[in-house]
Ligand binder design. Structure first.
Ligand code: FAD
Ligand code: NAP
Length: 547
């Protein structure tokens, strides 16, 4: 048996590594963390389970995968040269375009040399005596660092539904979040897609064009609007590029981290039905989610107001889908608009007018089993050659729960969060000193443009480390009282809105046994940023710095 004593010196150096900051994840967050912390003179290393950088955009290669924030906004802002020189070919970027961009950034800023690919972090333990984290990987690394950043992603743990027989299926099957790099050819095949969230809604129109027949298994109809995607508008690109600093600043000080329409001043209930119709029609044609949701100031807080926008979208669906029964099934009626993530699509509802597409309502007739031949509901069996799971993720907490994170002799993070995640600002956890999360539970996370949230968190963490070091502190820990107060605030803000009302992944409802706790801060990115800025300006209140 080998041990450190009989390994050659080089192998020992390769297996036992020491850095100032260990980063878990090589997506947009992990990469920016390397760049930002290096500038601060810190020795950093990121560990990434995938065989390439890019995170979400490395894994989610399903047909039609694209961002639903405009490319000029869904991009890093930290380098003006980068944002000036990069050209996005379309209004909404495709997955390959985003991946190309991330790979370019990783090369341009020489980040790749500090990413250890194909390496999964299995555990992270904090030793109170030495104030050091030790991370262990599935490739035998033992990494010590005073600080650890979990850049593990909110939507990085794909989930298969717990339908009996999943493994018995004898055709080909795929999950949207683990898509094969060589792609999938659906030509001439009988294909089933389970799931009509954002991933399903993007892939269904494209698979329908190839498949002999497509069966869509829908449990919950979703709100979706046309993206009106197209080639990049040269005028818009020029305007953005000549005003980037101002526009980025405006985005950081907006509720969704996106510049679009000015903030709404009116209630949907104080205008006439005709005026509402005109406004919704304009927003529908404009093609942004934030545009529709910000049409009136009370759409997310007043059910009557929300109903007006929801009914507008239902009318659109009824106008597009020719078969009235299918149209009715596609109309979301069981949750308020935006209580599940609304979608942007390209010809989604039109797809149901095709002869080779069948919508199977598995709300009224649930899937009983996956069989070797296909999908069996209570009433019928659908023979399939290919089955696609667009069934989502163990969101927000899944990736961190998969790592054994603890302070020595203390409970694991999963045990601490058994009743739902508790964090201070979505960045730190009481009892786990020197551990930081990027866009963690309790922060705006996916309720704002994510790259902006990522950059903000990493800058905040870098400043916090700088502050601690300049004051001679080696240990930074969230105070339990501050964490509890933040947790209560997050819940209180959410309770004042309609957003927690659906059985969504926002509340963990998609994972059997997961505690139902609303996991996002939905008070607006602008308010969140003001709060975090103030915490820092006041000397990091709520954090105990010692050592
Ligand atoms: P990720 O990109 O998820 O990267 C995390 C990385 O950590 C992954 O590569 C994973 O392999 C790695 N990792 C996790 N655990 C471990 C471990 N134990 N050891 C080693 N590595 C590990 N956001 C928007 O704002 N707008 C959008 O339109 C949008 N569209 C999306 C579309 C899809 C299909 C999905 C799934 C998400 C979308 N998002 C969108 C959210 C998206 O996740 C973020 O925008 C962003 O890419 C997150 O970057 P990240 O680096 O924080 O996390
Ligand atoms: P999702 O939103 O969680 O959707 C999963 C779908 O699978 C839902 O329709 C769900 O139905 C269905 N499902 C799960 N288990 C099922 C079962 N046993 N039987 C039948 N149906 C089942 O997952 P996602 O579509 O992958 O999206 C996740 C998140 O990623 C999005 O909310 C978004 O934040 C991000 N994303 C964004 C884009 C984009 O356009 N930019 C694209 C993809 C993903 P129920 O609703 O009934 O549970």
């Amino acid at each position: 048996m080998q041990n450190a004593a009989n390994l050659p010196a080089a192998a020992i150096a390769a297996r036992f590594e020491r850095y100032d900051v260990a980063i878990v994840g090589g997506g947009l967050a992990g990469l920016y963390a390397i760049h930002r912390l290096r500038k601060q003179g810190l020795r950093v290393r990121a560990f990434e389970a995938g065989s390439g950088v890019g995170g979400t955009w490395f894994w989610n290669r399903y047909p039609g995968a694209r961002c639903d924030v405009e490319s000029l906004q869904y991009s890093y802002s930290f380098s003006d040269e980068l944002q000036q020189e990069w050209s996005w070919p379309e209004r909404y970027p495709t997955q390959p375009e985003i991946l190309k961009y991330i790979e370019h950034v990783a090369e341009r800023f020489d980040l790749v040399r500090d990413v250890q690919l194909d390496t999964r972090v299995l555990s992270a333990e904090f030793d109170n005596a030495t104030a050091m984290w030790t991370l262990k990987t599935d490739r035998g690394h033992v990494v010590t660092a005073p600080y650890c950043i979990m850049a593990t992603g909110n939507l990085s743990t794909p989930r298969l539904p717990d339908i009996p027989g999943v493994q018995s299926f004898q055709g080909d099957w795929y999950h949207s979040g683990l898509w094969p790099h060589e792609g999938v050819d659906f030509t001439g095949r009988r294909v089933g897609v389970i799931g009509t969230g954002s991933s399903g809604i993007q892939m269904i129109p494209i698979i329908a064009q190839q498949a002999a027949h497509l069966f869509v298994f829908q449990r919950t109809a979703n709100f979706s609007m046309p993206a009106h995607n197209g080639p990049m508008d040269a005028q818009q690109e020029r305007e953005f590029k000549s005003n980037y600093p101002k526009l980025r600043e405006a985005a950081r000080n907006s509720p969704a981290g996106i510049v679009d329409y000015p903030p709404p001043e009116k209630s949907a209930m104080e205008v006439s039905a005709e005026e509402r119709e005109r406004t919704y029609e304009e927003r529908w044609r404009h093609g942004t989610i934030v545009g529709m949701l910000s049409a009136y100031k009370d759409l997310l807080v007043n059910k009557d107001a929300n109903d007006t926008a929801a009914e507008f979208i239902r009318k659109k669906i009824r106008g597009i889908v020719r078969d009235p029964k299918v149209a009715e099934l596609l109309c979301p009626t069981d949750h308020p608009l935006a209580s599940k993530r609304p979608c942007l699509d390209s010809h989604y509802f039109e797809t149901y007018n095709r002869d080779n597409v069948t919508l199977v309502d598995v709300r009224s007739d649930p899937i009983a089993a996956i069989t070797p031949r296909g999908v069996r509901t209570g009433k019928a069996e659908y023979a399939l050659a290919t089955l696609v799971f667009a069934t989502g993720f163990d969101a927000m907490t899944g990736a961190m729960h998969e790592i054994d994170i603890r302070a020595k002799d203390g409970p694991t993070l999963a045990e601490r969060w058994a009743q739902g995640p508790q964090t201070y600002l979505g960045i730190m956890v009481a009892g786990l000193p020197n551990l930081f999360m990027v866009t963690g539970p309790g922060s705006p996370s996916v309720y704002a443009q994510m790259i902006m949230g990522i950059e903000y968190h990493i800058d905040w963490i870098a400043d916090c480390l700088g502050h601690a070091r300049s004051h001679g502190h080696t240990r930074i820990e969230a105070e339990l009282d501050a964490e509890q107060a933040w947790g209560e605030h997050v819940q209180q803000v959410a309770a004042g809105t309609l957003i927690p009302r659906a059985n969504s992944w926002y509340v963990g409802a998609n994972i059997p046994g997961k505690p139902r706790v609303f996991m996002l801060y939905v008070g607006g990115f602008d308010r969140y940023k003001r709060r975090c800025d103030r915490v820092a300006a006041d000397g990091y209140v709520g954090l105990r710095m010692t050592g």
